[in-house]
Design a protein around this ligand. Structure first.
Ligand code: 4NP
Length: 150
């Protein structure tokens, strides 16, 4: 089972959206059981909070099932346990490399082609959704190529 962790700042907007979207893509492709997917933040500011309501509304609109969520901050154990750590912004990657002992830095990568900007300030959940969806599709495609070539 491949363990995938999405990381953003607060763990109430981008990373839980990515978690729910990838879970749905995996489900649609009949790959349940092959992936363990979760999300967390680099800060503890939103610890215990549910997904931000506008982010939830966007997921509802797109018919993405939403699971129970409580925001949490990443731990050293997460860094050690997850095989793919997909961050929303380059500064998240840098923060993780500075603050934690990362034995294999190549497992921490940007989800998108470039930073997926914080919708907390922009309010643009449509763009964020599209960028996350594209990143998740690309991630799954890469994984399936790798499995085929084994
Ligand atoms: P997220 O969004 O990192 O996508 O979960 C944010 C959530 C909360 C804050 C900033 C960004 N905040 O400043 O509390």
């Amino acid at each position: 089972m491949r363990k995938v962790l999405f990381v953003c700042l607060g763990n109430i907007c981008r990373s839980p959206m990515a978690e729910m979207i990838l879970k749905e893509l995996v489900h649609q492709q009949g790959l349940d059981g092959e992936y363990f997917i979760s999300s967390c933040g680099i800060s503890n500011e939103e610890e215990g909070n549910d997904i931000y309501p506008p982010a939830k509304r966007k997921l509802w609109e797109e018919e993405i099932p939403i699971e129970f969520h409580q925001a949490r901050k990443i731990t050293q154990k997460d860094i050690d346990t997850y095989q793919d750590i997909l961050v929303m912004e380059e500064r998240h990657r840098k923060a993780l490399l500075q603050r934690y002992d990362v034995k294999d830095p190549s497992k921490i990568r940007l989800l998108g082609m470039s930073d997926i900007e914080d919708p907390w300030y922009s309010g643009d959940f449509d763009t964020v959704y599209e960028e996350i969806l594209e990143g998740c599709k690309k991630y799954l495609k890469e994984k399936s190529y790798k499995q085929e070539s084994l």
